[in-house]
Design a protein around this ligand. Structure first.
Ligand code: ADP
Ligand code: MG
Length: 269
């Protein structure tokens, strides 16, 4: 599979959930090195959910998720910014540099490459300073990739009127993949794909379509962090991304070593 991906763009979303375990992180880094050396143009978008929650708890701040998104008042937004860019992003960049990949960390604010707007929930729930992506300007990311750097994006972005928002990492990755017309969007998380029943390890769904996802979302069959993940995949495919994959963080290398795209995780196309 690797030879066909030379010079193609792959956007990898590395979930906070997948980054908690250092063994998973190490496996993921090794896989990214293989892809980078094969000439794949990579963009990494990271989350940081568990880290943000850890600091919220240390500071006695409330932690609340609605449909997989963190409710963010002004203090939570400030903390999310500090943790995501000050800690998680620096750590990812450092790890990649140690592996010989020249990584550059940014948020959507750099050169306003991602502009946000306030998240409008379908049932009118106010999530505070949670944003959705208004528009992606791919020039900065493309420039970095063309020069051989690997952009590492933290999911923070500012609106045209200057308000900064906490954007769900999946939605940020989906929008960036769409704007770059990426070959693939790969969502790395702590579960190996979409499961019909999250409590049943034998219920992995190897393949989903946009239509099937729309139905699952409308019927309210999807829960928690899987909601923005599937929404992001649908948005990316609608914008021209060829395929989206949900994989466990430590399965990236295995995934590219395998010709059968449905053997690991869930493919959406
Ligand atoms: P990340 O940090 O990778 O974005 P999230 O916690 O936001 O991780 O989302 C992944 C979580 O989604 C899984 O750990 C799982 O608990 C949850 N989830 C809910 N429904 C499903 C499902 N049907 N299949 C797989 N995971 C699901
Ligand atoms: Mg998530």
């Amino acid at each position: 599979m690797l030879a066909q991906l030379k010079n193609k763009i792959i956007v990898v979303k590395c979930g906070g959930a997948a980054m908690v375990e250092s063994a998973q992180m190490q496996e993921m880094l090794e896989a990214l090195v293989v892809l980078h050396q094969a000439g794949v143009r990579l963009v990494l978008v990271h989350g940081g959910g568990p880290e943000i929650t850890k600091y919220c708890q240390k500071l006695n701040m409330p932690v609340q998720f609605i449909k997989g998104q963190r409710v963010s008042d002004a203090a939570t937004l400030e903390l999310a910014q500090m943790v995501l860019f000050g800690k998680t992003n620096r750590s990812m960049v450092t790890h990649l540099n140690q592996c010989g990949i020249q990584a550059v960390g940014l948020t959507g604010q750099d050169a306003a490459c991602v502009k946000a707007k306030k998240w409008q929930d379908q049932d009118g729930t106010d999530l505070g300073f949670v944003g959705s992506v208004e528009v992606v300007d791919p020039r900065l990311i493309n420039t970095l990739m063309q020069a051989g750097f690997l952009p590492v994006v933290a999911p923070i972005a500012t609106s045209s009127d200057g308000q900064t928002y906490n954007v769900n990492g999946d939605l940020m990755a989906g929008a960036i993949a769409g704007a770059l017309k990426a070959e693939k969007l790969i969502m790395l998380t702590d579960v190996n794909g979409y499961y019909n029943d999250i409590k049943d390890p034998n219920s992995r769904v190897p393949e989903l379509t946009q239509a099937k996802i729309e139905t699952l979302l409308t019927l309210g069959k999807v829960e928690g962090g899987m909601v923005p993940k599937l929404q992001a995949c649908v948005a990316a495919l609608a914008a021209g991304v060829k395929a989206a994959h949900l994989l466990q963080g430590n399965k990236l290398k295995q995934f590219f070593a395998n010709e059968d795209q449905q053997a690991i995780g869930t493919v959406i196309q």
